[in-house]
Design a protein around this ligand. Structure first.
Ligand SMILES: CC(C)(COP(=O)(O)OP(=O)(O)OC[C@H]1O[C@@H](n2cnc3c(N)ncnc32)[C@H](O)[C@@H]1OP(=O)(O)O)[C@@H](O)C(=O)NCCC(=O)NCCS
Length: 186
């Protein structure tokens, strides 16, 4: 099945999928009963126009998505909104989407630290394979605009109560400088 699925950087021609993407994300969050950062159709559309999102399609059928955004004066890049349609799960599609998103992030923002917040085991596994390590929230961006994205999450009260130090999600970070240091010691 995987060979038939194209994983590409989304552009204007994919704007027609925006509502399907949002509906799929919302439905999945309800099933999991977990928190989610809500996004508007305009926001996702903008991501597509800016070449900052990845879409997976099986023929013309929507199969998966994720997007990237830079924060804190481009020092940090977050990979967010990962979703794979249920019938396409379990075949490595999320890995392919995240790999492409990783490459896009490294290409567009070569000096930035890449990070993500997740409560899902699959994403932790994928991030680990890409070279991310778990970190505390103190190691993430202090860009207020990023954290405002958590406001739509059902767990936001925890984040606020702990002064943004702890929440349900695990923070994972890929630091390109640390990677280089490791490479040099080889
Ligand atoms: C999480 C999600 C994106 C995974 O998509 P997928 O295409 O099935 O994932 P993959 O097949 O690429 O799996 C990647 C790895 O995670 C593992 N994995 C997949 N689903 C898992 C689960 N529910 N629990 C534990 N591990 C899981 C796979 O076994 C694989 O590991 P492996 O390479 O060692 O075999 C998909 O289930 C989804 O869209 N869920 C709802 C939305 C969501 O949770 N998004 C993430 C928000 S942070």
């Amino acid at each position: 099945m995987n060979e038939e699925i194209q994983v590409v950087i989304a552009g204007e021609s994919h704007i027609k999928y925006v509502q399907t993407i949002l509906d799929t994300i919302e439905a999945a969050a309800k099933v999991r009963g977990t928190g989610i950062a809500k996004r508007s159709p305009e926001y996702i559309e903008q991501k597509m126009r800016e070449g900052k999102s990845i879409i997976a399609l099986c023929g013309g059928e929507f199969a998966g998505f994720c997007y990237i955004e830079s924060w804190g004066n481009k020092q940090y890049v977050a990979n967010s909104g990962l979703i794979v349609v249920e019938k396409f799960r379990g075949h490595g599609l999320a890995m392919r989407i995240k790999q492409k998103s990783f490459e896009l992030s490294r290409q567009r923002f070569p000096d930035a630290k890449l990070f993500g917040l997740t409560s899902g085991a699959a994403v932790m596994k994928i991030n680990t394979e890409l070279g991310y390590v778990p970190v505390t929230f103190a190691d993430l961006t202090d860009d207020e605009a990023f954290w405002r994205g958590c406001q739509g999450c059902v767990n936001y009260d925890i984040l606020r109560r702990t002064d943004r130090k702890y929440c349900i999600c695990t923070a994972m970070l890929y630091d390109p400088n640390r990677k280089k240091k490791n490479d040099n010691t080889k």
